[in-house]
Each structure stands twice: as C-alpha cells, then as structure tokens.
Design a protein around this ligand. Structure first.
Ligand code: NMX
Ligand code: MLT
Length: 436
C-alpha cells in the first residue's frame, strides 16, 4: 500500500508536537537572542524570534533543506521536494507518483479566475495578476469551510494540506496562463496529466523547447527558489497572516505581495534590466573599466545594485552557483550570461569599495557584497526566449508557494501561536537608553 503524504504526517505530527512541548517545558525561559536598538530599527536583522523547520539559511553555506545543502538535492522532482519540505524525507517512486496524481486531479482552474484575469486593466503587473488570482479563489478554501463547521484544532493542518495541494496544483496553470494572456502569446494552455510539474509548467508557458533543456531549467528553477527559511519577507508575511487562522489563499496571496517588492523577489526583473542597460550602453559585454564606472554610477545615484547583497548570506548564494553551473553547460556563449559573469568579477569589489566609503562617512557597511540568486536567474530565462522581464518574479512565486504552504501546514500542525511581537516607540527607546 502506498504511504501517502497524509499518512506519514499523521504518524509524524504527534511526535513533533510532543518534542516542541517538551522543549518549551524544559527550556522555555532559555534566552536564544537579544535585541539591540540597531536591530529594532533595522528590520530585526539577525533576531532569532520564530521557528521554521522546513529549511535554514546559514550565512556561510546558504540554504539547507531538512539537513540537505541545496546543491546536493537540486536534481529532485518538485513532488519530491514538496514531500521533503513537509516530512524531512525523500519519497520513493510510488509516493512521488501518488503526489503527482494529486496534482493532476486538482489542476483545473475555476473559470472565474480566467474571466477576472481577462478583465484586469492593461498594464497590470503579472505579480498583481497572480496574487489576485490566488486571493479570488479563497471561496474554495477547505480550511475556511471546515472552520465554519467547527473543525477541531488538531485538524487544522489537514484542512491546510487540502488547500495547499489545490494551490500548488493550480498555480503553474494560472501563472502560465498569465504569461500567455499578458504578452499575447495565444490561448491559455492546460495541464497534461502524467507530465511532471516542472515540464508541465514549461509546456504551458509555450516556450519552444525542442531538446527539453528549458524544462530542465524549470525543474532547477523551481528547486532553487522553493524555500529560504521563515524570516524572508514572503514567508514571514504568509506566516503572520496564517497565524491569525486566515486560510492559505489569504496567506499565500499576502506572501506574494511581499515577494513583488524590488528588494525581494522583484530583484530578478530589476537585475536583468540593469544588465541589459549595461550591455546597451557599451554595445555588448562590457570591459572591466566600463563596468566599474556603470556600477559606481548606479550606487552614486542612490540606487542599489540588484542581485547583490543579502540579509543573511555572507558568501555567494549557492543558488547563484547552481544556476551558473547550468549556464556554463547550456549557454556559455550567450552574451547576456557572459555579462553576468563579468559583473560577478567586478561588482563585489566595487561594492566593497563603496561600502568602505560609506563607513568613512559614518554610514552602515554593505554587509554582503556577493551575488544572490537574482543576479543570474534572468539571464538563463532570457536565453530561452522568455524575455518579458516583469514576468520573472511570477516564476519565483510559483516555486516559493510550495515553501510558504509547507510552512503553513506545519504551523497549523504545531499549533503555532498568533504572531504578535511587541513594538516600542522612539520616545520609549530614548527614555530606556537614558536610564542605562
Ligand atoms: N547595492 C547598494 N547598496 C546596498 C546593496 C546593494 N546591492 N546591498 C546592501 N546595500 C546597502 C543597504 O541599502 C543599506 O543601506 P542603508 O543603511 O543606507 O539603508 C546598507 O547597504 C546595509 O544593508 P545590509 O545590511 O548590507 O543589507 P540588508 O540586510 O539591509 O538588505 C538586501 C539586504 C538584499 C535588501 C540588500 O542587500 C539589497 O537591497 N540588495 C539589492 C536587491 C536584491 O538583490 N534583493 C534580492 C534579495 C534576494 N531575494 O531574492 O529576495
Ligand atoms: C529569499 O529567497 O527569500 C531571499 O533570498 C531573501 C531572504 O532570504 O531574505
């Protein structure tokens, strides 16, 4: 008999709940983090104030999913990745197939979503189209329906699992539909039963892919963006909204709205735009001197260099490295990819110099001068003919939904409390520091 996702969670959840309860009982008053004035004003950077078991991000190693460094598991199929995030185990073939069949069964998108998308005004950003589509499907929520019928607290996760499977199955169909509608690529394409999740998404986008390399890129892309612990803007927003027992449609849509910001997921769009402007200005792959001048120009005009820096990482993002390996294998001669490489050889030094200048002027240093995932992903998409930059964050969103939903299911399983940190006023801080 196939051990389904639900069965294994039924086995594991009581163990995880007991483990948490014991930790809180035995060590509830142990201090794991202090908060400085700088952190309170500075986006709570580095404050350890929430729990996320799907993955951790280590400053010097990057993303580790359930104990596996990302690059060791970059070959997984999306169904396997979802199972791993949720359970901590890699499923066997039979279970993988069962999950695939769940997605096949749930992939039909309600007609009203297509109608809504057709009526959105011209020029609407694809991320706005995606977040709105998820939100409008809220009426389908299993969690909402069961809650209204008086569902027991212990069953919250089960209802959340139902919502998660529905959203994960539908989101690539909607996302691909948005691409085709928004950029006039023809009629919306449908899910093909039996075809894996990534190949399905690639296929529904309708990008020409005679050798299947774009589908391979999509598989890698979905794995590279799937999760990044709990504190990033999208996951943290989704977590907070879900903590009020708002259902998965409300919570994921909210998370996607956070992902749509240029300091977060939209950086992939911004980064390729920056690269293309750079190439246009210098007529192709720039030399080191031209590139230095261009990068300093961006910084001195008060803008950030997109794709560089990170709130947690202090080394090159392994997701960058994973994409770079793919690029070297499949598109080494592409001038946009070559420019990304050239940027990597120049920009970290420029950022370091600029950071030193900032420090001399009494400002914060740039904590990490190395590239993150967004510095490279767009160049690969561009190579395969996916050249509509504002669509790039939608691809990130399809992948990240899986991570956000895994975290939501676990939070409802654990009975995680409503999020409610304490804020203080500037007046309070002044008084407090005066008393020290
Ligand atoms: N270019 C210019 N300035 C930068 C950069 C950069 N790439 N990265 C950080 N800084 C500045 C930052 O704006 C801040 O300035 P100020 O004190 O005047 O506000 C200062 O350096 C200190 O910031 P950090 O502590 O280094 O970074 P923080 O943790 O606050 O922010 C990011 C992290 C990712 C928001 C920041 O590095 C950034 O804006 N990078 C460019 C945008 C980007 O690539 N975002 C994508 C992140 C990954 N993702 O996919 O979500
Ligand atoms: C992410 O993938 O969410 C980004 O790298 C941002 C983050 O971790 O803060």
């Amino acid at each position: 008999m196939v051990t389904t996702l639900q069965d294994i969670l039924i086995e594991k959840i009581p163990i995880w709940r007991a483990e948490r309860q014991e930790l809180i009982r035995e060590h509830g008053d142990t201090v794991i983090s202090d908060v400085t004035v700088r952190q309170a004003y500075g986006g709570m950077r580095g404050v350890k104030g929430m729990i996320c078991d799907t993955s951790v991000v280590e400053p010097d190693r990057g993303l580790i999913i359930r104990g596996y460094p990302l690059l060791e598991i970059k070959h997984l199929w999306p169904c396997e990745m979802f199972y791993l995030l949720l359970t901590g185990e890699i499923p066997d073939k039979e279970v993988q197939l069962a999950i695939q069949q769940e997605f096949d069964r749930r992939s039909q998108v309600p007609e009203y979503v297509w109608q809504l998308l057709q009526h959105m005004p011209d020029g609407t950003h694809p991320m706005c189209m995606l977040a709105t589509s998820i939100l409008v499907m809220e009426r389908e929520s299993v969690f909402h329906k069961w809650y209204d019928r008086g569902m027991k607290r212990e069953d919250y996760w089960l209802a959340m699992l139902g919502d998660a499977l529905n959203i994960i199955a539908k989101i690539p169909v909607i996302a691909a539909g948005i691409y085709r509608m928004r950029y006039n690529h023809g009629s919306v394409m449908h899910w093909t039963h039996g075809l894996d999740y990534a190949a399905n998404y690639a296929n529904m986008l309708g990008i020409a892919d005679p050798a299947g390399t774009f589908a391979k890129l999509m598989r890698l892309y979905l794995n590279m963006h799937v999760d990044h612990e709990g504190g990033n803007v999208s996951a943290n927003t989704c977590h907070t909204v879900g903590s009020a027992l708002s259902d998965a449609y409300y919570a994921v849509s909210a998370g996607l709205n956070g992902l749509a910001g240029p300091l977060h997921g939209l950086a992939n769009q911004e980064c390729l735009r920056w690269i293309l402007e750079l190439m246009e200005k210098f007529g192709g792959v720039p030399d080191e001197e031209d590139l230095r001048e261009f990068a300093f120009g961006t910084l001195r005009s008060g803008r950030v260099i997109p794709g560089y820096g990170h709130a947690v990482l202090r080394v090159t993002d392994p997701r960058y490295a994973g994409f770079h390996e793919f690029g070297l294998k499949h598109l080494a001669e592409d001038p946009v990819f070559q420019t990304v490489d050239q940027v990597f050889s120049v920009v970290p030094k420029v950022l370091q110099e600029f950071s030193d200048e900032r420090v001399k002027a009494g400002k914060n240093p740039i904590a990490n001068c190395w590239p993150n995932v967004d510095a490279i992903s767009g160049s690969l998409l561009h190579h395969f003919g996916l050249t509509e930059l504002p669509y790039y964050t939608v691809l990130f969103a399809v992948s990240r939904s899986m991570g956000m939903l895994s975290q939501l299911i676990l939070n409802r399983a654990y009975g995680t409390a409503i999020t409610r940190p304490k804020s203080v006023s500037t007046h309070w801080v002044k008084r407090f520091v005066g008393e020290q």
